[in-house]
Design a protein around this ligand. Structure first.
Ligand code: NDP
Ligand code: GDR
Length: 360
């Protein structure tokens, strides 16, 4: 039985990856942080499965800021594969906690790599690198493994260090260490403060009469959004190759935040009509004239990344990987899940029973 260690197992990607690896017959170990309340919501269902719970899935307390703990865990578990997904992953928050973000996302990666090197444990290491590395490089899209980096946030700068220290330990100490440069990927398990989930939750809340309107920041930002479930397969494939290398994982399409908003509301039968520009831009229900979306500068970032658009050619050719869920499918999946979570009903059933909410 192969053993994998996942840092960040309680996060969006960690939960999908744990499912994926358990399904492949791995023994999965997850690093979790001690919290004052339960933080295992995304993986609790795995423990409820008698085939998996207590047999193939194990959790250990730890933190990427604590080297002695990481050294001990690697010695104890001796994993065949390590997926380093743990991070302070919110770009806007990284402007508020830059030093902590650097400690966790940058030096945390070094701590893990060094623990592997010092332990002598033969393992394969995956680093969760990000399209944020490309940041503000003008005139370079779609972005591939060859595109230069230009980080535009404390988060991206910390991840830049993590990227290069992974390359350095690969070259210097012959570790099997790879970067997956993943573009944005979302799901019904996405954290509620990332823009996609914020939008789909707001659509569900507005439909249920629990929220008046949705306030957003930059509506013109463009992102290459895929489905997290597809992306964890790519992480695994990267570690199954003969040679350790770095790969861009993306859909090859880019869309604005505005398009994500429009499509999400369309899923529940609402067309958005935009008026005004910049901070004065507002989105109305085209049929009723009701205000549904506005812009709040508190969601602007000191430095913004305007365009991310990935070129997944290398991954498609060498890993045989391709995204299954497209942009429309992703929006539909997330809106449906949020309506179901809030009302217990499908979108169809909900719309039939609440026609007035759409039109009022
Ligand atoms: P989430 O924010 O959903 O999950 C982050 C995970 O890291 C959580 O399990 C969190 O624990 C854990 N964590 C945070 N700080 C520490 C720490 N100091 N020590 C140990 N664990 C910690 O992120 P995603 O699942 O979306 O992303 C996974 C990784 O991929 C991250 O590194 C992210 O930066 C990167 N990435 C994500 C992309 C995306 O679009 N989702 C794209 C490219 C890269 P807790 O639950 O306790 O908070
Ligand atoms: P991002 O994701 O910064 O790309 O990082 P996020 O969803 O936070 O922002 C995407 C774009 O939407 C704009 N935006 C808003 N963002 C948020 N969060 N809230 C808003 O109200 C809002 N309004 C507009 C942002 O300005 C931005 O342009 C994610 C994270 O998962 C990182 O960890 C990962 O590395 C990258 O994706 C790839």
């Amino acid at each position: 039985m192969r053993k994998a260690l996942i840092t960040g197992i309680t996060g969006q990607d960690g939960s999908y990856l744990a499912e994926f690896l358990l399904d492949k017959g791995y023994e999965v170990h997850g690093l979790i942080r001690r919290a004052s309340s339960f933080n295992t919501k995304r993986i609790d269902h795995l423990f409820e499965d008698p085939e998996i719970g207590n047999k193939s899935l194990f959790l250990d307390h730890g933190d990427l800021t604590d080297s002695s703990n990481l050294n001990r865990l690697i010695e104890k578990i001796r994993p065949d594969e390590i997926y380093n997904l743990a991070a302070q992953s919110h770009v806007q928050v990284s402007f508020e906690v830059p030093e902590y973000t650097a400690e966790t996302d940058g030096i945390g990666t070094l701590r893990l790599l060094d623990a592997i090197k010092e332990s002598g444990v033969k393992t394969r290491f995956y680093q969760a690198s990000t399209s944020e590395l490309y940041g503000g490089m003008p005139g370079t899209a779609p972005q591939s493994e060859k595109t230069p980096f230009y980080p535009r946030s404390p988060y991206a700068a910390a991840k830049l260090y993590a990227y290069w220290i992974t390359v350095n330990y690969r070259e210097g100490y012959d570790l099997f260490a790879c970067n997956g440069i993943l573009f944005n990927h979302e799901s019904p398990r996405r954290g509620e403060t990332f823009v996609t989930r914020k939008i789909t939750r707001a659509v569900a809340n507005i439909m249920a009469g629990k929220q008046e309107k949705l306030s957003l920041g930059n509506l013109d930002a463009k992102r290459d959004w895929g489905f997290a479930g597809d992306y964890v397969e790519a992480m695994w494939l990267i570690l199954q190759q003969e040679k350790s290398q770095d790969y861009v994982i993306a859909t090859g399409e880019t869309h604005t935040v505005r398009e994500f908003v429009e499509l999400s509301f369309r899923e529940v039968g609402i067309d958005i009509e935009w008026h005004g520009t910049g901070v004065n831009e507002k989105g109305y229900n085209k049929r009723t004239g009701k205000l549904l979306v506005d812009v709040n500068p508190r969601y602007f970032r000191p430095t913004e990344v305007e365009l991310l658009w990935g070129d997944p050619t290398k991954a498609e050719r060498e890993l045989g990987w391709k995204r299954r869920v497209d942009f429309k499918g992703l929006v539909r999946m997330m809106v449906e899940a949020d309506i179901k979570e809030l009302t217990g009903e499908s979108v169809q059933a909900y719309l039939e029973a609440n026609v007035t909410n759409v039109n009022s």
